[in-house]
Design a protein around this ligand. Structure first.
Ligand code: MLT
Length: 405
């Protein structure tokens, strides 16, 4: 008789956004005709930009002709896309990343969940608290996190780096030494960022300790302030200690079409001098058959002059929503942060309400869905996340409803 992987059985509850989805579905079923506005999961609402749609159509037509038909994509990504990324995301910022250090994938979620596979079982991970749940859950699945304490919401073998109001929602260098450090800036869920000199400290620390940083830069397109790094490779020494994960979901609306990439520099080596690059290529080649040609072609169109102008407009649209939420809730007396370099607004729940109580309150009284901070980790308790990815009309309406509570 078969048995299951014990590690999976340790996972508490269901995945955060699945839990929210279920609760909202149940509420809708119980209250038919009620208009519920979702500012919960960070899913975009603007359609794909015209330049992207045009390239998608062309690429579909190419698939219809024998001379341009494409079968399996190269498992590490088409050269045309890897060259464009190397040029425009890195070289244009004065950073040298070779095209073959870029691994194209179906998105940042899978990459950030899968990358831990190439590290040894006994690696100690450090995460921000609150944190995008995928980093911890994927390490639970790998059996790396020890035991779970339901009372505190903490795993015994994970190093937590609390990010709270007192430290400006920025993690501090941990006292215990980790092997793998997860950082995400602009941050999901708090919307906080750190300046380049702060990130440099993390790079220096990782190099000194022989740790690796897994840097999730999925929200870099939302950076509006100077001095906030767009890539960790802007920091000196990052090539020997950092992996960077990027997404097309938030900067270009690919949440439904799926596209992302991970950078693994060839200089990044473990304690025995083994390069991670070859290992990740081996893993990718074995477990992934390449993102679809038509999607990679559309991804290249994001970098065309029209694509850049159109996606910039969409980002401005979402950031205007962020301002509507920030200003509206601040005027209503809420304590709010984020929303300046990120499409997430992090607010303190009123009257010391728990995050999940506030979730229920908002859903039932205002018919607005957000994400409870506690779902991202114990330090998220007492906080709540709203996304700027809604439509402008719904965002305005949601803020008005919240103000009336
Ligand atoms: C979020 O809402 O945190 C993200 O959109 C989820 C994701 O990107 O997987």
């Amino acid at each position: 008789m078969f048995t299951l992987n014990d590690n999976y059985l340790k996972l508490p509850g269901s995945y955060l956004f699945s839990t929210i989805g279920r609760k909202v579905r149940e509420y809708r079923e119980a209250n038919p005709g009620t208009e519920v506005i979702s500012l919960g999961i960070g899913d975009v609402t603007q359609p794909l930009a015209p330049a992207i749609i045009k390239r998608l159509h062309e690429a579909v037509d190419e698939m219809a002709k024998p001379e341009t038909f494409k079968g399996y994509a190269p498992d590490l990504g088409y050269e045309f896309l890897r060259n464009t990324i190397a040029d425009q995301d890195y070289k244009a910022r004065g950073v040298e990343i070779a095209p073959d250090e870029i691994f194209v994938s179906d998105g940042a979620k899978s990459d950030s969940a899968n990358i831990q596979e190439i590290f040894s079982q006994n690696s100690r991970i450090a995460v921000c608290d609150p944190v995008y749940p995928v980093y911890v859950d994927s390490n639970v699945m790998a059996g790396r996190t020890g035991t779970y304490d339901a009372a505190t919401g903490l795993w015994s073998d994970v190093i937590y780096m609390p990010c709270r109001e007192e430290n400006g929602f920025a993690p501090e260098l941990p006292k215990e030494t980790p092997d793998i450090i997860y950082l995400c800036f602009p941050n999901n869920p708090t919307g906080a960022t750190i300046k380049k000199e702060e990130l440099q400290k993390w790079v220096d620390y990782a190099n000194q300790k022989g740790a690796v940083i897994i840097y999730d830069a999925a929200y870099e397109a939302y950076i509006s302030e100077d001095d906030v790094p767009h890539t960790i490779y802007e920091c000196e020494g990052a090539r020997t200690c950092a992996i960077e994960i990027r997404s097309f979901s938030k900067n270009a609306g690919f949440t439904g079409t799926r596209l992302g990439f991970t950078v693994v520099p060839k200089d990044l080596k473990d304690v025995n001098g083994v390069a991670l690059h070859g290992l990740w290529a081996r893993r990718h080649g074995t477990k992934f058959n390449g993102a679809p040609y038509i999607i990679q072609a559309a991804g290249e169109a994001v970098y065309s002059p029209e694509g850049k102008a159109q996606t910039r407009e969409q980002i401005a649209y979402y950031m205007n929503n962020a301002k509507v939420i920030l200003d509206g809730l601040a005027n209503a007396g809420y304590q709010v942060s984020g929303g300046v370099n990120a499409p997430y607004i992090w607010l303190k729940t009123p009257d010391g309400m728990s995050s999940w109580d506030f979730f229920d309150h908002l859903l039932q009284q205002a018919n607005v869905v957000g994400t409870p901070g506690a779902g991202f980790g114990p330090s998220g308790e007492g906080y709540f996340r709203l996304t700027a990815f809604g439509t402008y009309e719904n965002t305005v309406k949601a803020v008005e409803r919240i103000k009336k509570l």
